[in-house]
Design a protein around this ligand. Sequence first.
Ligand SMILES: [Zn+2]
Length: 115
Amino acid sequence: MFIDNRGKEWPLEEAKQCVGPGWGSLIERLWEYFKGREVQVNQIKEKFGGLRFYVANATDLDYMEIDQAEKDSFATCEECGEPGKPRINGWIKTLCDRHAREHEERWRAGQNFIS
Ligand SMILES: [Zn+2]
């Protein structure tokens, strides 16, 4: 199970809310992996289009598992979990084609609104 940096259990549902819904399965996978023991998770976030999962007391094997999930995030749409890739557009976000279009449109609308 996940333990926060104050030593309290960090429920899976709360941990999943740190990133977009499309990456819920990646968090679940790590949660399953750490089932039956405690791992201190300091932070879960998205950075430069990828999942970042920071732990305190992990083994080399644990880090391999975490690395794999972080790598997989670059091929998984953060919005819906479909296959995706990092998109650079004033921001970097890993998205499927559909969500990349939606973000692009929203971004353009925002730009027009400002000017
Ligand atoms: Zn998507």
